[in-house]
Ligand binder design. Structure first.
Ligand SMILES: [Fe+2]
Ligand SMILES: [Fe+2]
Length: 228
């Protein structure tokens, strides 16, 4: 039985969950992530903002893509021989493909929502800081996480858990630092894919909770892989 609690699709007390996050330490980040977080702070500011959130969300999709891609490669390898294929190995690959697809979509809705809100607020996004630099960062992040997945998937899931823990804390702290968001409504065309919330503050907290769910999925997968 799982010890992890998942929140997606459930009615949650978002403020209580925000407090819970802020009272819990972040998962420790490895050197790769620490360098990446330092780089993002240096380029987009230490304080969270909608433009910075877009960059985080662009990056957040790449480990999921790497797992999906890696698991498909693995399936091809398994089935390009003539021997009997282990059902357990196939089930693991299928699970990683499913995790990769679902979380990639969720991160994509986050990215689209923040980009739409930036557009509505008239926040200009520059070509270098919001196109070229994220492109370079995602290429490096994808390659690192894909190689980790190939060498030992546990490394990749553990690194992703720490990335998601960082994102969860960033969002919950962002909502706390901006009490004016409590009374600010948030509307977007993308609410046809993502649950609409009462205020911008609740939307930020809901996204923060999604990041906690992503972290827990990765931690659960680390345990599962270490047991097998
Ligand atoms: Fe996200
Ligand atoms: Fe996430």
């Amino acid at each position: 039985m799982t010890v992890y609690e998942y929140t997606m699709g459930k009615e949650m007390d978002l403020k209580a969950e925000q407090e819970r996050t802020l009272a819990t330490p972040k998962l420790p980040a490895n050197l790769i992530l620490r360098f990446m977080f330092w780089q993002i702070d240096a380029l987009y500011g230490k304080a969270m903002s909608l433009p910075k959130a877009i960059v985080l969300e662009i990056l957040a999709r790449y480990p999921y893509w790497a797992w999906e891609n890696g698991a498909y490669h693995y399936l091809s390898k398994l089935y390009s021989g003539t021997g009997k294929v282990s059902q357990e190995k196939v089930e693991t690959a299928l699970r990683h493909i499913q995790m990769g697809r679902e979380s990639q979509d969720n991160e994509q809705w986050h990215m689209l929502l923040w980009a739409d809100l930036c557009h509505q607020k008239g926040i200009k996004l520059g070509k270098i800081r919001h196109f070229l630099l994220p492109k370079a960062m995602t290429l490096v992040y994808f390659c690192i996480t894909r190689v980790m997945y190939w060498l030992n998937p546990v490394w990749s899931f553990a690194m992703n858990a720490a990335f998601e823990s960082h994102a969860e804390h960033e969002y919950m702290f962002y909502a706390k630092e901006h009490p004016e968001f409590e009374n600010e409504p948030a509307d977007s065309v993308w609410f046809k894919y993502y649950p609409k919330q009462k205020s911008l503050a609740d939307l930020i907290r809901r996204v923060g909770l999604d990041e906690r769910d992503h972290m827990n999925h990765s931690l659960e997968e680390v345990e599962r892989l270490q047991r097998s």
